[in-house]
Write a protein that binds this ligand. Structure first.
Ligand SMILES: *Cc1c(COP(=O)(O)O)cnc(C)c1O
Length: 222
């Protein structure tokens, strides 16, 4: 029956898909994070190494920390003992170092590959073709202390809905290509991290599984 096939293949997966909120707490005080934690939230995102290390030392061990910014290889060792997710992998050098430091700490770290789709050239990551080439030639099983969980991207900082949605579509299409061609036997490759305070609704509608939201929760950063 065509209608039930449509329900099972198209509607049901959307209904069951849940979107995780990463509360972006960069520049916010330990007390403000504690307040959100007390309300029951556990996943927080930061993008400066020194800041996340200091906050981790002062906050409950149950927090699931996400490193969402550009990460330099020489700083991986400072976060490897506690970080749960690293969102912005943009080089093989970084993967090698994360694997090494995760192994030293006897841990497995969740990682996302960063795709660059925005207009701003200051944003890091591979463009679509570079990312596909990289993923096709890389032997990820050489990194047993890393779990590649999906991809991450940022839309252009703009209220041009059509443009930002088309960037999100490009992220999703790249994810689907990688899922089908590179990670087809890896059930852990599931996540699309996209969407921030200004564009999270569009991101969810386009297929995001993780939104990273800061200023919409805490107010504008100083
Ligand atoms: C700061 C930041 C966010 C959150 O930005 P808001 O606009 O405050 O929601 C999300 N992702 C990354 C990579 C960031 O650096």
């Amino acid at each position: 029956m065509p209608s039930s096939k449509y329900f099972l293949d198209t509607i049901l997966p959307e209904l069951l898909r849940n979107v995780q909120l990463i509360v972006v707490s960069k520049t916010q005080s330990v007390a403000s994070i504690q307040e959100v934690y007390n309300a029951g939230h556990r996943a927080f995102g930061e993008n400066y190494v020194q800041e996340i290390v200091e906050k981790n030392a002062q906050l409950p061990k149950e927090i699931e920390w996400h490193f969402i910014g550009h990460l330099q290889s020489n700083k991986v060792k400072f976060i490897a003992p506690f970080i749960s997710w690293i969102h912005a992998i943009d080089s093989e050098k970084l993967l090698i170092e994360i694997n090494k430091q995760a192994a030293k700490n006897n841990r497995c770290i969740n990682c996302l590959l960063q795709i660059h789709v925005a207009q701003e050239d200051s944003k890091f990551g591979w463009d679509r073709n570079e990312l596909i080439d990289f993923a096709e030639k890389t032997n990820f099983s050489a990194y047993p202390n890393i779990s590649i969980r999906g991809i991450m991207g940022m839309g252009t900082f703009s209220d041009d809905e059509k443009m930002v949605r088309s960037e999100f579509k490009e992220i999703v299409s790249c994810f689907k290509h990688l899922k089908k061609n590179v990670f087809k036997n890896d059930p852990r490759f599931l996540e699309i991290s996209m969407g921030m305070s200004g564009d999270w609704k569009w991101a969810i509608e386009e297929g995001s599984t993780m939104v990273r939201i800061g200023s919409a929760i805490f107010g504008a950063r100083k």
